[in-house]
Design a protein. Sequence first.
Length: 76
Amino acid sequence: MATITIQEAQASLTDLIHRLAPGEEVCITENDRPIAKLISTPPKPPNVPRQLGTMRGTVLSMEHFDDPLEEFEEYM
């Protein structure tokens, strides 16, 4: 992890942000004490469209679909 003073960070913050690799960290210090950590976020994975029909065959029976549930018999 790289370390930089707060004065150096203020002078070149934009350049510092653009130089960070994904997941890289920079510790910002003031008077030789760490006060902040700058962490680059990884890029967002591409949005893959959903594939239709991937759950085909998982519903085995619709025979008792409309039957009342046992837990609610007392309310009926």
